[in-house]
Ligand binder design. Structure first.
Ligand code: TMP
Length: 202
């Protein structure tokens, strides 16, 4: 599971780890990995949607998660595959909880319910220590004016603070890696840390 702010290199690193884990590994993401999830992603990110009540936003993220787990994650795990996801429930706690101001505990419970109690063995948090608090930077693959990317600097500072707090509170699950190093340096650090944590030869 990869978590972090905007433009921290999660998608690239998730892909590289999935490649390192080998054939059969399922690379996926939230929101938007299923057909209904893709529709929810459009609603969630499109500026045309306008303002959403934070609870609506949290419920739509949870709906995406429920379908993602049911359709993609649980079947892959049942078949004995590794699953690498670009974002999961911790993004809801960070963005809808810390960012939008909902209770982090309630968002955690909602995600727990949506995901059928499924939580990852390891969470890689790509932190940008000297960065701008996780605020979006221009990056090629992203729509630059999505609903989240237009949120203010204070919002992103709260989101990143949330990730850092969760990371500190749960060191047996979380792995913090400096995402500002060159891509291959970060990838090697991810392989080493995940390999050690999950007892895999990476
Ligand atoms: P992405 O650009 O990394 O694919 O993520 C899309 C946006 O959705 C990003 O700004 C983070 C946000 N998000 C939430 O607010 N809550 C969530 O639960 C998830 C999975 C993503």
């Amino acid at each position: 599971m990869f978590e972090g702010g905007e433009g921290c290199g999660k998608s690239t690193q998730a892909r590289l780890l999935a490649e390192a884990l080998g054939p059969g590994t399922v690379l996926t993401r939230e929101p938007g990995a299923t057909e209904v999830g893709a529709r929810l992603r459009t609603i969630l990110l499109s500026p045309e949607t306008g303002d959403l009540d934070p609870r609506t936003e949290a419920l739509l993220m949870a709906a995406d998660r429920a379908q993602h787990v049911a359709e993609v994650v649980a079947p892959a795990l049942a078949a004995g595959h590794h699953v690498v996801s670009d974002r999961y429930a911790y993004s809801s706690i960070a963005y809808q909880g810390y960012g939008r101001g909902l209770s982090a505990g309630e968002v955690r419970m909602l995600s727990d319910w949506a995901g059928g109690g499924l939580w990852p063995d390891a969470v890689v948090f790509l932190d940008l220590p000297d960065g701008d608090g996780g605020q979006p930077r221009s990056h090629a693959s992203a729509v630059l004016d999505d609903r989240f990317e237009t949120a203010g600097a204070a919002f992103f500072a709260r989101v990143v603070a949330g990730f850092r707090e969760m990371c500190e509170d749960d060191p047996s699950r979380w792995i913090r890696i400096d995402g500002s190093a060159p891509v291959e340096t970060v990838a090697a650090a991810v392989r080493a840390a995940v390999g050690q944590r999950l007892q895999l030869p990476l």
